[in-house]
Design a protein around this ligand. Structure first.
Ligand SMILES: Cc1cc2nc3c(=O)[nH]c(=O)nc-3n(C[C@H](O)[C@H](O)[C@H](O)COP(=O)(O)OP(=O)(O)OC[C@H]3O[C@@H](n4cnc5c(N)ncnc54)[C@H](O)[C@@H]3O)c2cc1C
Length: 349
């Protein structure tokens, strides 16, 4: 959509993965005028690689499990209604990695066709291909090139940060999955060493995914070894099911973005320099109320969904809509500012 005229929006969303697309969907449904921006295209990051299984977190009780249980329920409703044509509902058999827990059989779970789901959510929304770097806030608006908005939402996953927010602890976890054909029947979704699942594409079975914290396309010189990834996936799949006459159709690779404490992030971002200038004693470990931090105005980030981005996206996008449109406060527990005090204390002058 090339133009030099300034275009005004209520919200610009940077990053068109499942998080950006779900936010665009919820906000436009609520009547906001939304622009979606991506440096490459819709679902060109981790989202385009995902097997996109919608499964709950099975163990480790605690706040993350509680949040995931709500997110899972909301995701099942969302995908089976809003994205019914992109979603296959199937039973799921989950077995723990070490066989140290009872297997769980869920009557209804789901696998989503990741790319077309993102595209469907972005349908009818103004989309721009732009590599956004250091957007500027002035005169009550966010500005980037010819785009202007009251609010900015950052959903850029594991990509390099576009604002100085070093305190936000994120790490990229490289993943590889494959689509295959096989003469064997795959009646439902299996989760064990890897996942094996039928897909909405008749006759195509998905096997995924690897988890590699050492490889990153942003800072590794070596190219990724696709053959060893395939071997890992097929070897682990064979420990679950005997799959005959396998033909690998396609490889998908990408980065998930995991947070240091495994909780997702939804919330405002602290302006670190402005906050430290106002409260220099934070560097000596003095605690202050997070309300006293200086935040980037009208800016929200969603990130850190790890291997559960498709499960969490409807939940996080809906909470963001409720915050912007209905004035419901965001959950402080998942605010990205939770990392700031510790980072400030450790920061060298
Ligand atoms: C192999 C694999 C399998 C997975 N399987 C599952 C699964 O079964 N279930 C599940 O729930 N999750 C799964 N995940 C995780 C899930 O894919 C991620 O959590 C999710 O995709 C994160 O979405 P996102 O929108 O935050 O980020 P991304 O999808 O990475 O999107 C970020 C977007 O931002 C854009 N961008 C970055 N920087 C800029 C910039 N400066 N300017 C403009 N645009 C920018 C990128 O081009 C990209 O399109 C899997 C991931 C992988 C890699």
């Amino acid at each position: 959509m090339p133009t030099s005229k300034t275009l005004h929006y209520d919200v610009i969303i940077v990053g068109a993965g499942i998080n950006g697309c779900a936010v665009a969907y919820y906000l436009s449904q609520a009547g906001l005028n939304v622009a979606l921006v991506d440096k490459t295209g819709i679902a060109s990051g981790g989202s385009g690689a995902a097997g996109a299984f919608i499964s709950p977190k099975f163990h480790k009780q605690g706040p993350l499990k509680e949040l995931m249980d709500v997110a899972y329920d909301e995701a099942m409703t969302f995908y089976s209604t809003v994205l019914a044509s992109q979603t296959l509902l199937k039973p799921l058999l989950h077995m723990s990695q070490n066989n140290d827990e009872e297997p769980v059989y869920l009557e209804q779970s789901a696998v989503v066709e990741a790319r077309s789901a993102c595209e469907k959510l972005a349908e009818g929304i103004d989309f721009y291909v732009l590599d956004v770097q250091a957007p500027i806030y002035s005169k009550d608006k966010w500005h980037y090139e010819h785009l202007q908005s009251s609010h900015l939402v950052l959903t850029i996953g594991a990509y390099p940060k576009i604002l100085p927010i070093d305190y936000v602890g994120l790490r990229g976890i490289w993943g590889h999955r494959i689509d295959i054909t096989t003469s064997s029947d795959v009646p439902h979704i299996f989760h064990h060493f890897v996942s094996i699942s039928p897909t909405i594409k008749e006759g195509i079975v998905a096997i995924g995914a690897t988890h590699d914290v050492h490889y990153s396309p942003f800072d590794s010189d070596a190219t990724y070894d696709i053959e060893s990834g395939r071997a890992f996936l097929l070897d682990n799949a064979s420990k679950i099911l005997k799959l005959n006459n396998i033909n690998i159709l396609r490889d998908y690779t990408g980065l998930r973005s995991g947070s240091n404490d495994y909780m997702p992030m939804l919330g405002s971002l602290v302006d670190a320099n402005a906050t430290l200038a106002l409260h220099p004693h934070l560097q000596h470990g003095k605690a202050i109320d997070p309300k006293e931090f200086v935040y980037y105005p009208n800016l929200i980030m969603i990130n850190g969904s790890g291997g559960y981005g498709f499960v969490l996206a409807p939940y996080l996008a809906k909470r963001l809509k409720e915050y912007l449109v209905d004035g419901i406060p965001l959950d402080k527990m998942i605010s990205p500012s939770r990392y700031f005090p510790r980072w400030a204390k450790r920061k060298k002058d």
